[in-house]
Design a protein around this ligand. Structure first.
Ligand code: SAM
Length: 191
């Protein structure tokens, strides 16, 4: 595997390779694609891959037609009714990632994090918002999947990262659970 993107993507690629043998996977959307190296790699492997990220400050110029700026909590805003066989997210449905995206240093809401250290109500509010965001990501992805399509999440950037949704939440949104572990999940939209 090429090493232009971080090593932790290896696991995501292994998961996709395993699924490719069993399911018809052609169109792929990567949530939180960042500069787009993994999208580029998947395209080299023959997938019709595209990516979406809220903060595409820098991106691979050769992929400009396949990388889109927008909210992964509301993918429809960018893709309308388009559906994908596979939606993948590396480092996006864990608590830390959504917390950082919403309240980190590139957000103007960072003062709330400081406030949450001393104010338990604010802390509770922020945690609730992050949980809701993760649910929006799952819900939005469900709508953009073809029937039988797969949602694959891998949360292994740090050893302490965890999948940030419960099996109950995924089921409530209509998914079937194929795999659910501490750092990885595979969900399917029923046919
Ligand atoms: C932790 S980084 C992971 C980047 C890349 N997938 C990787 O693993 O190296 C999370 C990425 O998802 C994007 N992201 C996170 N939450 C988002 C949201 N709610 N809407 C749009 N983009 C989001 C961030 O801008 C960032 O590029």
């Amino acid at each position: 595997m090429v090493d232009v993107f971080p090593k932790y993507y290896q696991r995501m690629f292994e998961m996709i390779s395993g699924l490719y043998l069993k399911y018809q996977l052609r169109t792929v959307l990567e949530l939180g694609c960042d500069v787009g190296h993994f999208v580029g790699f998947l395209r080299e492997q023959g997938f019709l891959a595209e990516g979406i990220d809220g903060k595409l400050d820098t991106y691979r110029d050769d992929l400009r037609n396949f990388l889109h700026q927008g909210p992964i909590t509301d993918i429809r805003k960018v893709f309308g009714d388009r559906q994908f066989d596979l939606i993948v997210g590396q480092g996006v449905v864990c608590f830390g990632s959504q917390f950082d995206y919403s309240y980190g240093k590139r957000s103007n809401l960072g003062y709330l994090v400081l406030l949450s250290v001393t104010d338990s109500q604010v802390k509770k509010q922020l945690e609730g918002n992050v949980k809701e965001k993760i649910e929006f990501i799952l819900k939005s992805s469900f709508n953009q999947l073809t029937p039988g399509g797969l949602f694959v999440a891998c949360e292994n950037i740090a050893i302490t990262d965890r999948i940030g949704f419960t099996q109950e939440t995924a089921k409530k949104l209509g998914y079937e659970i194929l795999v659910y572990g501490k750092q990885e999940a595979i969900l399917q939209k029923p046919k």
